[in-house]
Design a protein around this ligand. Structure first.
Ligand code: PMT
Length: 231
């Protein structure tokens, strides 16, 4: 047995380095309202983030899941915070970040929100009704990474082109320990699918491309890598 490996008493099984660790996960999309009945969003289903939550839970982690609006039921045994907009997700993530050991940002956060949200439904013929002024949302992962300390940070990159190059840029800018890069915009992988095809990237420059597999298995692989980083 390698130094540092622990066995749970009586089980003969090695104890996971994730056991007892506080893991914060963001999942799903955000919705940025223009008015009470319209919003800007994306097709994230939350499947990837919820699979990560299950993978960490099954290794004994204490999981807080901050979830955008999705049609999934969180697994029992974790704390779920439901949010709608990027600003709400930022507030919830900031509150939980200081107490966490590992932060996994798998949410598809909207980069922009309408500069002004109307309290009532915008009418078809209202002056300026066809024009949308947008403002930037905070980059949750980047902002929280400034107070990284000893925490382990894992990000996802959703890219349609120059996938690895763009993902490496985000890995550096957001001070990540592991980046999971996925190509999006194709059927059968990424947004909404039960499957994903990802490349794992490390700050050392190491990269490992995984074959297309169920998100449950991708989550297991990511959790395996987190365990190695925690050792
Ligand atoms: O939800 P599913 O249907 O299962 O789909 C899974 C997924 C495709 C959404 C997931 O695998 C994925 O790629 N998630 C990240 C999507 C994304 O927003 O990527 P990005 O390249 O725009 O952002 C890079 C990183 O910064 C991400 O970790 C993201 O959570 C974070 N970010 C981005 C913008 C922002 N304002 N705040 C953030 O924290």
């Amino acid at each position: 047995m390698a130094t540092g490996d622990k066995k749970s008493p009586g089980s003969g099984k090695k104890e996971s380095p994730l056991k007892g660790k506080k893991v914060l996960i963001t999942a799903g999309p955000t919705r940025e309202h223009l008015d009470p009945v319209r919003f800007i969003s994306n097709p994230s289903s939350g499947k990837m983030g919820y699979a990560l939550a299950r993978a960490c839970l099954s290794r004994g982690a204490r999981v807080t899941l901050i979830s955008g609006p999705v049609a999934l039921t969180p697994p029992p045994g974790l704390r779920t915070v439901r949010v709608e907009s990027a600003l709400q997700m930022f507030k919830a993530a900031r509150a939980a970040f200081s107490g966490c050991d590992v932060f996994i940002a798998s949410a598809a956060v909207s980069d922009y929100r309408p500069a002004r949200a109307s309290k009532s439904k915008i009418k078809k013929d209202s002056p300026g009704g066809r024009f949308l002024r947008l403002t930037l949302n905070p980059d949750i992962l980047q902002k929280l990474s400034r107070a990284k300390g000893g925490r382990l940070l894992v990000g996802f990159a959703a890219e349609t082109g120059s996938v690895l190059e763009n993902a490496r840029g985000k890995l550096r800018n957001k001070k990540l320990d592991l980046m999971v890069a996925n190509r999006v915009g194709r059927k059968g992988t990424g947004f909404g699918s039960d499957f994903n095809q990802v490349t794992l990237l490390w700050p050392s420059g190491k990269a490992e491309t995984l074959k297309r597999m169920a998100k449950e298995r991708v989550a297991g692989r990511v959790a395996d890598e987190i365990e190695k980083l925690l050792k």
